[in-house]
Design a protein around this ligand. Structure first.
Ligand code: ADP
Ligand code: MG
Length: 751
């Protein structure tokens, strides 16, 4: 076995910095750390080619479709992808054949329908391409039938009761709008996952429906400004935050391994207070990881653009160039999967949990969202003329109205047991949805709201808009407000509350559907005024003014973390609920159900099923944390603390024996005090763990998922904090040599 010094030396070699004092480590950890070192050198992987040479080599994109498909099949498929044309089943065989030929030529032996079940990961079931050839041998085959639809044996995915009893079948169906890709030896075909009766069992099906709803509603509104617009595309640019932890360290922390976060751990004396990590230089070993990740991402067609350090130690971010929303969501799911793989090749583990460390910033996933037309206009960007700016304001104001009307639902769309540690915990963002516009745009809206002659009709053909000038490029002008959960950033809105581990689709479904609904309402109102004889611009401005007034409560440019804002938001009638199980209720509000139904995104049955899953997931997460914490407290913490107490008492006795009772006692008084203090914590931990078990038992007897989740939130979760406080106090005083778990200073600073 390696000595502790040995391991230290290796870390020193790695980091090229001072020796770091390590707490006692298990044998397992020594071995894993050593193995990790042997596995991977620190060098940045060498890639002689330029990104443009290997970008999308693993993707069956248009270039490959063109090469591998007959011309007429290619045109029909492009029509399906670009124009929502129905999928002509006669082309399926041909597409499957071309796809398979490309995949096999590139080393694939298997194929899978790749989908997003209602968990945080993706699912796939691999089948080999082989079929009997009738002569005792096999041949590679992939038919149109297998491409278009499959029935994965996936009965254990969460379904919220939809797939009960005999109709427990689920189908995956090809999504031609997201290109197939290669992962190792497998051709992955992006699919939606639906039940036998047609209800969505995944994120992708409602996402696609929400994108269609926005497309329709936004195109209709765009046509007030330009009759040539035929399609509006939703764009998403996500920024993925994550932590890296040395693999050896992580394996010695059962809480991190099993729950994704540390359930205990005293603050490191140094964490992020010096702000020296943010945009600091990237450590060599991390740079090597990032480089490889970037190359892997590019090969899969993910346009990875920026990698940098984040605010917390060992926290980093990766952001690609924005893409069409459905593709961007798939790419985000893919990046989370490949990150985990690449990290292990570098002796790291990726933490995607929203709050792995107490007292240190958590991780989010900013969702930059915008709409654009097929005529090349970004609808959230100011233009050059008054007319263009009226269009810009139309879309901004409708966005504000949508997020105001459904602010509780939008919060629900980003809420989870893990993200609850960020939402409402004085960290980006608060558990209140509000929007930051910046002073410039705010003053434009204020002007429109209060000035009567915004539209001046000069003659029948001529009209002037009295809108203050808006700089065309606001991106660099916008004052950034990092505390706002939904900020305007020049040509897009940035939904900053999304959790780092979440599927972006959840937030996008709610946002797109709310926007589609609002644009539909808006259009109806404008049309009524036009029918009454008002000029189009006049009608537009009147309805815009109505929604500027209506959405005012959701606009907030101040400090979103302040206590005053919580009080103010309450007065404004914004949703301030912070308890995750209650926040989920917003999905079942009458307005939400109506909205999803009218926009044809989800039925009430689907919404109810999804909420059952949300509550169940919430309960399970807290349940696992409670069990892990209980186990660790009883079989790591208490034994270690009592061992140290015994050694202190030993010392007290020996002092007495050698120095004499009176003098010995006097000199041992500090140790005796410490023993008493530790014994106090140990007893409290024992008592609290026993109570935790009792409370879990009570909660487990509740049969309704919602009520059970509430019980876990109210009765179980707070106890985790209480127990942790005692453990963290012990960590401060127990001999470092005896402490079995890596500490924050090791987890956060060793890379
Ligand atoms: P910051 O950290 O300042 O927010 P980043 O450059 O890290 O900025 O990320 C910005 C993200 O927003 C990138 O993914 C970028 O491609 C994306 N983005 C830029 N413009 C748009 C837009 N119009 N619509 C959607 N996403 C956009
Ligand atoms: Mg950002």
């Amino acid at each position: 076995m390696l000595s502790k010094l040995d391991v230290c030396c290796r870390f020193v070699f790695y980091r090229e910095t001072d020796t770091i004092e390590l707490s006692s480590m298990s044998k397992l950890r020594f071995e894993v750390v050593t193995a990790a070192f042997a596995k991977k050198a620190v060098e940045v992987p060498d890639c002689a080619e330029r990104p443009s040479d290997y970008f999308a080599v693993k993707v069956f994109n248009r270039e490959k479709m063109f090469k591998y498909l007959p011309k007429d099949v290619y045109s029909k498929l492009i029509d399906v992808i670009d124009n929502d044309a129905p999928l002509d089943s006669s082309i399926a065989d041909s597409v499957a054949e071309g796809m398979k030929r490309w995949a096999v030529e590139n080393g694939a032996t298997h194929y899978t329908h790749w989908f997003h079940p209602l968990t945080e990961t993706t699912a796939e079931k691999h089948d080999a391409f082989i079929e009997h050839n009738g002569k005792g041998g096999v041949l590679e085959e992939f038919s149109g039938k297998l491409l278009v639809q499959q029935e994965p044996d996936a009965s254990s995915f969460p379904n919220g009761g939809i797939r009960s009893t005999f109709e427990a079948r689920g189908y995956s169906a090809w999504d031609p709008t997201s290109p197939a890709f290669l992962m190792d030896d497998t051709l992955c075909v992006p699919t939606v996952f639906i039940s036998y009766t047609g209800e969505a069992l995944d994120y992708k099906a409602p996402l696609l429906k929400s994108l269609r709803a926005v497309d329709k509603a936004a195109t209709d509104v765009c046509r007030y400004f330009d009759k040539n617009v035929k399609k509006v595309t939703t764009y998403l640019g996500w920024e993925q935050e994550y932590f890296l932890v040395d693999e050896g360290m992580l394996l010695a922390r059962p809480d991190l391994l099993l729950t994704g976060r540390t359930l205990m751990g005293h603050d490191s004396a140094k964490n992020q207070q010096l702000e020296d990590h943010y945009f600091g230089s990237i450590p060599k070993r991390v740079a090597a990881f990032m480089k490889e990740l970037e190359i892997e991402a590019m090969k899969l067609g993910i346009p990875a653009k920026t990698c940098h350090n984040e605010a917390a130690p060992n926290q980093f971010e990766l952001a690609p160039i924005y893409e069409e929303c459905n593709l961007a969501v798939d790419h985000n799911m893919l990046i989370m999967a490949i990150m985990k793989e690449v990290a292990r090749r570098h002796g790291f583990r990726v933490l995607l949990h929203e709050k792995p460390f107490k007292g240190v910033n958590g991780s989010g996933k900013h969702n930059n969202w915008s709409l654009g037309t097929d005529t090349g206009v970004l609808l959230m960007a100011p233009g050059k003329s008054d007319k263009e700016n009226l269009r810009f304001i139309t879309f901004v104001v409708n966005t504000l109205a949508a997020i105001y009307r459904h602010n509780g639902l939008l919060k629900a769309s980003i809420m989870s047991a893990a993200n609850a540690h960020r939402l409402g915990a004085a960290e980006a963002p608060p558990a209140i949805i509000s929007s930051f516009l910046g002073s410039h745009l705010s003053s434009v809206l204020d002007h429109m709201e209060t000035t009567d002659d915004v539209v001046k009709i000069l003659s029948k053909r001529e009209l002037r808009l009295n809108i203050p000038a808006i700089p065309e490029l606001m991106i660099d002008n916008t004052d950034r407000n990092r505390t706002s959960p939904f900020a305007f950033t020049g040509n897009r809105f940035e939904f900053r509350g999304v959790g780092s581990e979440a599927n972006c689709a959840s937030a996008m479904i709610a946002l797109n559907t709310a926007m589609a609904e609002q644009l539909t309402i808006f259009k109806n109102e404008v049309d009524v005024l036009i029918d009454k004889g008002l000029a189009k611009e006049d009608a537009l401005v009147r309805v815009i003014r109505k929604y500027i007034k209506y959405s005012k409560p959701v606009r907030f440019d101040g400090n979103g973390y302040s206590k005053e804002w919580c009080e103010e938001a309450m007065h404004r009638g914004l949703d301030c609920e912070a308890s995750a199980p209650l926040v989920f209720d917003r999905y079942l509000d009458k307005e939400s159900v109506e909205m999803f139904r009218k926009m044809e995104v989800m039925t009430e049955t689907e919404l109810r099923a999804r909420n059952e899953i949300k509550w169940e997931m919430y309960t399970k997460k807290i349940q696992i944390e409670a069990r892990v914490l209980g186990d660790l407290a009883l079989n790591h913490i208490i034994p270690t603390a009592t061992k140290y107490q015994s050694s202190l008492l030993d010392n007290v006795i020996k002092m007495e024996q050698v120095i004499g009772k009176e003098e010995g006692d006097r000199l041992s008084s500090g140790n005796i005090e410490l023993v008493k203090q530790m014994a106090g914590h140990v007893e409290e931990i024992r008592r609290l763990v026993a109570e935790l078990v009792e409370r879990r038992k009570v909660a487990n007897r509740i049969t309704l998922e919602r009520e059970k989740a509430i019980a876990y939130h109210d009765m179980v979760a707070p106890m985790l904090e209480e127990i942790r406080q005692h453990i963290d106090q012990l960590e401060l005083v127990v001999d470092n040599e005896l402490w079995t778990l890596p500490k924050y200073r090791e987890l956060l600073f060793i890379v």
